[in-house]
Design a protein around this ligand. Structure first.
Ligand code: PA5
Length: 482
């Protein structure tokens, strides 16, 4: 098996809400009436960049630098190549790739979910199961530090202690490194995991301080506990998370780009996709702007139809982690002041067998946005004849040769028809195919949509003050006298 990649495409992703309008619950005039407010919200979201650059945010949290980050990274790479951030990321990626066969990413929330989304969408779905050769010499990627789960941490330690080629652990296949990702540098889950895996790494390299330093790559804010640890360890490669880029908006910094590049994802194409989406956001009229149309429909569904639950229904297994990343993005950004829709990711058809009943017949508090993919990356599988039988016990002989994509298309169209038959609002984000360029567009589209909706409804999309409450009460229990 190889990790075949599809051809490069420059196709734009698109958003289609015709089926929502067809329900009659939201009308074209409602959309027209929102045009001025959407234009103003777009302007405000872009002005946030100027305000942030002019240090003019006052007390307000403001992290809008993700908006033009992809174009800035690409321009820098194009003009100052060896000194650019992207060049350093690629250099470190090459160094680690040649030295180890597994990289453990430690991080939580915005510090790992974007990486997971990139890994699961753009890589071979069984990347970690392939041999090094089949992975093109790229390391495996594992995640920890996103919970405090004893047995799961022990499980990863078991895996790190395996010596796949049966040797004494000195061979390349037994080598591993860790990326520690935390913007604040003080998140307990990540910090505890850092201690644990640092101690394991130290043991694995016989306490060799130089090797430890080389195998730990911190990605963190300019100051803080993790930055200090990086200094003490003497790590040769440390990456920053730029000021003005918040955790959940950091997928196109070293946070996402370094691990992505390690596993063979074309990070330049990712950034090109993201930059293309920012251009469309800035330049397209409201009626043709995928970001603004998506926000308009989702917002009107909430206001006019009481659709406070937003289901992102992925028609590809590979986009589930994108959905989970988006759940976090929308919840942390707009779930404030007792407002904000509840996002929910589903994978279809899988979840039609668990949630389909409710979506079809349950409470009318949902809008469904399909995430549909045009072309598969791999050759289409056709339904084979039944092996081991000359009969037609499963009664599928009439479908022999029908391909997986055409069965999925029938499921998509059938599900949309079923929802339409009972006036369930259903829109679609269409990806021509899954590749770096379309994933770059999609992630940037959803980040832009989140901040512009914040500006539209008067909620600051940046910062997550509510998350501090659990941290405070957790630490009070851990340090009752502190
Ligand atoms: O979006 C956010 O800012 C959060 O989800 C953070 O990414 C998360 O809380 C982890 O924080 P840190 O990167 O500081 O460890």
């Amino acid at each position: 098996m190889n990790t075949a990649r599809s051809k490069l495409s420059d196709d734009p992703i698109s958003y289609d809400a015709a089926a929502v309008l067809a329900t009659g619950g939201i009308k074209q005039t409602d959309l027209d009436n929102l045009v001025t407010s959407l234009s103003t919200a777009r302007e405000e979201s872009l002005n946030d960049l100027d305000r942030w650059r002019a240090n003019d945010a006052g007390e307000e949290s403001l992290d809008p630098a993700f908006i033009d980050l992809p174009e800035r990274l690409l321009a820098d790479y194009g003009t100052r190549r060896p000194e650019s951030e992207l060049f350093s990321i690629l250099q470190t990626s090459r160094r680690l790739r040649e030295a180890v066969d597994r990289v453990v990413v430690l991080g939580i929330g915005g510090s790992y979910m974007g990486t997971r989304a990139l890994f699961e969408s753009c890589c071979h779905p069984f990347h970690n199961e392939l041999s090094r050769g089949e992975r093109g010499g790229r390391p495996r990627l594992s995640f920890e530090g996103f919970n405090i789960d004893n047995d799961s941490a022990q499980g990863l330690l078991d895996v790190l202690r395996l010596h796949p080629s049966g040797g004494d652990g000195d061979d390349l296949l037994a080598q591993w490194a860790m990326l520690v990702v935390s913007k604040s540098g003080g998140t307990l889950e990540t910090a505890a995991a850092t201690r644990l895996f640092l101690s394991e790494l130290s043991e694995a390299v016989g306490g060799d301080a130089k090797q430890i330093a080389e195998r730990v790559v911190p990605i963190t804010g300019a100051s803080g506990k993790l930055a200090s640890l990086a200094k003490t360890l003497g790590c040769p490669d440390v990456f920053g998370i730029p000021d003005g880029v918040g955790g959940r908006f950091s997928v196109f910094t070293a946070v996402g780009l370094l691990p992505a590049s390690l596993v063979g994802i074309d990070v330049v194409r990712l950034l090109e996709g993201a930059a293309a989406m920012t251009r469309r956001y800035r330049e397209s009229p409201v009626s043709e702007n995928p970001v603004l149309q998506y926000v308009a429909i989702s917002h009107l569904a909430e206001e006019k139809l009481g659709a406070t639950i937003r289901i992102l229904s992925s028609w590809s297994n590979q986009l589930e982690a994108v959905g989970l990343w988006y759940d976090q993005l929308l919840s942390e950004s707009l779930g404030k002041d007792e407002k904000g829709a509840t996002p929910l990711t589903t994978v279809t058809t899988r979840d039609l067998h668990s949630r389909g009943q409710q979506h079809q017949d349950g409470r009318r508090d949902k809008i469904i946005t399909n995430l549909c993919v045009g072309e598969s990356r791999r050759d289409c599988i056709g339904l084979p004849p039944l092996s081991g039988s000359t009969g037609n016990e499963d009664q599928l002989d009439d479908l022999i040769g029908t391909t997986w994509p055409s069965m999925l298309a029938a499921a998509t169209d059938g599900t949309n028809e079923a929802y339409a038959s009972v006036n369930r609002p259903t829109a679609t984000i269409h990806l021509p195919q899954i590749d770096e360029f379309t994933i770059g567009q999609l992630l940037q589209m959803l980040m832009l949509a989140t901040v512009v909706e914040g500006r539209l409804v008067g909620t600051n999309p940046y910062g997550q003050p509510g998350v501090e409450a659990y941290k405070k009460f957790m630490m009070k229990r851990l340090r009752p006298d502190g």
